[in-house]
Design a protein. Structure first.
Length: 86
């Protein structure tokens, strides 16, 4: 497990730490979310959310320099991601 990301809200002080055994991750910022209705009359606007999605490298079967993602019969695959909040 390796810590790959830490996100902190400067206003509230809330922090999310992401650790994983995966080689890569995708990071989304909700840039294109604009005027989307939420709960209790709340409206979401750009950059109000983030997503950190752990994974293997997307094109690894075609890239010899990427870690292999080929799973052969009888082999075990185990992925672990921990999201910690403080």
């Amino acid at each position: 497990m390796v810590k790959i990301a830490e996100v902190k809200d400067p206003v509230s002080g809330q922090k999310m730490t992401v650790s994983t055994n995966q080689e890569g991750f995708q990071f989304y910022t909700a840039k294109y979310v604009n005027h989307v209705p939420g709960k209790k009359g709340f409206w979401y606007t750009p950059y109000m959310a983030v997503c950190i999605e752990t994974q293997s490298f997307p094109d690894s079967p075609n890239q010899k320099n990427f870690p292999s993602t080929i799973l052969h019969p009888g082999e075990k695959y185990e992925a672990k991601t921990v999201y910690s909040f403080s």
